[in-house]
Design a protein around this ligand. Structure first.
Ligand SMILES: Nc1ncnc2c1ncn2[C@@H]1O[C@H](COP(=O)(O)OP(=O)(O)OP(=O)(O)O)[C@@H](O)[C@H]1O
Ligand SMILES: [Mg+2]
Length: 323
């Protein structure tokens, strides 16, 4: 059996302000095994980044709260002190953030920022850190790395900055890399290059990857399993091939139907209705107001996860075995 790198159980994340609590992530459970690339998919605002930030423990609590269990290599991160967590970040788990343009410090050279990562986790001289940083840039295929080390972020293109971010995130060989929409801000050709790079690096370094995206095309290309989020809940999960061939949840079916098909002149399918806001979620199944199959039961009771086949499960009353 492959080793479990990340194991999330009943994660609940939200914010409290002026005595009111807004739930953002509700009872989320999933895992990532050694060497796996798992896609976290869902519409904007469904809690993907919040889940990732919870793993990094980068949500300010209070006003935020994170409840449940987040085990990384068996250790519950929610029980660690902030000091212990500082050791974990970058070394055991690291994250590429959604905004590549703002994640690098604009007034510090690339080299200094990279060297800082090495020196904060391992005792190293300046020379050693410089050498390691050049190697890290070479690993992500940046040409003339010595020269780039002396430059500032604005002197690099968007794609190059994202490569630097990847180099930084992988510098201490973390067991888990969280990539939050790593290619959304890039144009399509650069996007393809970055995805290829990530795939190659994953194979060389054997890092597990949590890839957050709203792009099912990206999921199909690089992930082995996918977890589908809707309104802060996992509504379906399974091996990618199985999900594309046999999507069960009406939301997943809608997502797949709304993918453009090459050569087709048909209008793109749009899932009717809009995503409810986190403070105003419907009773029962969160998808029921937009679902063509919704019954009285769907409007009143929240469905549990039901197994469909090996590793494939769905949160929908249509598949409930007890009726
Ligand atoms: N500091 C905060 N206080 C209150 N609500 C917040 C805060 N930060 C985020 N949210 C809310 O949490 C919800 C989930 O946000 P999150 O960033 O996780 O979405 P996402 O799935 O990553 O979306 P996207 O695809 O747009 O990045 C959103 O409705 C957002 O408005
Ligand atoms: Mg996000």
């Amino acid at each position: 059996m492959s080793k479990r790198v990340l194991d999330i159980n009943d994660l609940n994340v939200g914010f409290s302000s002026y005595g009111e609590t807004t739930k953002i992530v509700t009872d989320v459970s999933f895992h990532i095994d050694e060497g796996e690339t798992v896609g976290i998919v869902g519409e904007s605002g469904c809690g993907k980044s919040m889940t990732a930030l919870s793993v990094m423990r980068l949500i300010k609590c209070p006003p935020g709260y994170i409840k449940g269990e987040i085990r990384l290599n068996g250790k519950n991160l929610l029980e660690l002190s902030e000091r212990q967590m500082c050791d974990v970040r970058g070394k055991d788990v690291s994250m590429i953030f959604q905004e590549p343009m703002t994640s690098l410090n604009p007034v510090i050279t690339i080299g200094k920022q990279l060297m800082e990562v090495f020196r904060s986790h391992e005792k190293m001289t300046r020379e050693e850190a410089w050498k390691k940083s050049v190697e890290a840039l070479e690993l992500v295929k940046i040409a003339s790395p010595e020269q780039r080390m002396k430059e500032y972020p604005h002197q690099l293109s968007g794609g190059m900055r994202q490569r630097v971010m990847i180099a930084m995130a992988l510098s201490c060989r973390p067991r888990l890399l969280i990539a939050d929409e790593p290619t959304t801000a890039l144009d399509v050709t650069i996007q393809a290059q970055i995805l290829k790079l990530m795939r190659n690096l994953k194979e060389t370094l054997d890092t597990s990857v949590m890839l957050i995206t709203h792009d099912l095309g990206v999921v199909r290309e690089v992930c082995s399993r996918a977890i589908i989020f809707y309104c802060g809940q996992v509504i379906e999960e399974g091996p990618v091939e199985e999900l594309f061939e046999n999507p069960c949840h009406p939301y997943t079916q809608g997502l797949l139907k709304s993918l453009p098909v090459m050569g087709s002149r048909d209008r793109l399918y749009v899932i009717p209705g809009t995503v409810p806001s986190p403070g105003n979620l419907p009773e029962g199944c969160v998808f029921n107001p937009r679902c063509g199959h919704a019954t009285e039961k769907c409007r009143n009771c929240r469905p549990q996860m039901t197994d469909i086949s090996d590793g494939h499960c769905v949160r929908c009353w249509l598949y409930d075995k007890e009726g």
